[in-house]
Design a protein around this ligand. Structure first.
Ligand SMILES: Nc1nc2c(ncn2[C@@H]2O[C@H](COP(=O)(O)OP(=O)(O)OP(=O)(O)O)[C@@H](O)[C@H]2O)c(=O)[nH]1
Ligand SMILES: [Mg+2]
Length: 246
């Protein structure tokens, strides 16, 4: 199966080279870097690596346009180029590139359409966060479970493997959030469309290089967006039927 791994980047110069080296260890995988004109030269490093191997492509955008639109452009690239599987992950080693093969195995074994690398199922964990960040993440997930559905445990995580069919179906949802709420929206639309979803545990590790881009406005946007989704969405019963997690 043709796999595309999308790495959105904004100022990841300390991570990009090692990261690409690690994800290329996944057999036959192709990497797409979506760089928002990073001021630290990330885009140039990615270009250098793309010149060295056909398995790396780089999409340059004019400025910091947000995580959601970076992924959406990446998905269009993936679908236009015939990729069958698309992996979403951060470029800061919070998501372990070594876990990609576990996600692939889970997808194959269970015929899943989306596999979520989950911090909130048994065996999953977060390392290196201060208490405040744990509280924020737990509260955000609890909130999404209550408002949307309890069938997904890690609504806000960004380490997810999609089948192209799912993206074809949901990508044209007109109104995605700009920031991280987009990750919740993608999962919600996948669930609502009746696709098979699995969650497997991952250990999420706080970045050691570079800076976080998460701000207050992103959190506020996420909180509002979850309610908007629920207002527009289908019933929990309908989703219960669609969802196959134990
Ligand atoms: N292209 C693009 N990438 C972005 C943008 N914002 C964040 N990213 C990338 O998206 C990934 C996740 O962003 P992070 O800053 O690590 O956010 P986070 O993981 O919620 O925050 P930390 O846990 O503190 O690292 C990283 O690879 C970032 O470089 C953006 O506006 N455009
Ligand atoms: Mg991060």
């Amino acid at each position: 199966m043709k796999l595309l791994i999308i790495l959105p980047t904004y100022n990841e110069a300390g991570n990009i080279e090692r990261m690409i080296g690690e994800v290329l260890k996944v057999r036959d995988a192709h990497v797409l870097v979506v760089d928002d004109n990073s001021t630290d030269g990330t885009g140039r490093i990615a270009d250098k690596l793309a010149r060295a191997t056909k398995r790396v492509s780089v999409l340059h955008r004019s400025g910091k346009l947000g995580l959601a639109s970076a992924y959406i452009e990446g998905f269009h690239f993936g679908l236009a180029n015939g990729f069958e599987l698309i992996q979403q992950m951060d470029c800061d080693f919070s998501h372990d590139p070594g876990d990609i093969t576990r996600l692939l195995e889970e997808m194959n074994t269970h015929g899943a359409d989306l596999v979520i690398g989950s911090r909130y199922v048994r065996g999953g964990a977060i390392e290196g966060w201060p208490i405040a960040r744990h509280v924020l993440s737990k509260a955000g997930n609890l909130y999404a479970r209550l408002v949307l559905s309890g069938y997904i445990k890690d609504w806000t995580g960004g380490f997810n493997l999609f089948r192209a069919e799912v993206l074809k179906e949901i990508i044209n949802e007109k109104d995605f959030a700009r920031g991280y709420a987009f990750l919740v929206e993608m999962k919600y639309h996948t669930l609502k469309s009746g696709f098979k979803i699995r969650e497997i545990p991952i250990i999420f590790r706080e970045r050691t290089e570079g800076e976080s881009k998460m701000g207050k406005s992103i959190v506020t946007e996420a909180a509002c967006r979850v309610w908007k989704l629920r207002k527009e969405g289908s019933s929990t019963e309908e989703m219960k039927k669609a969802h196959n997690n134990p």
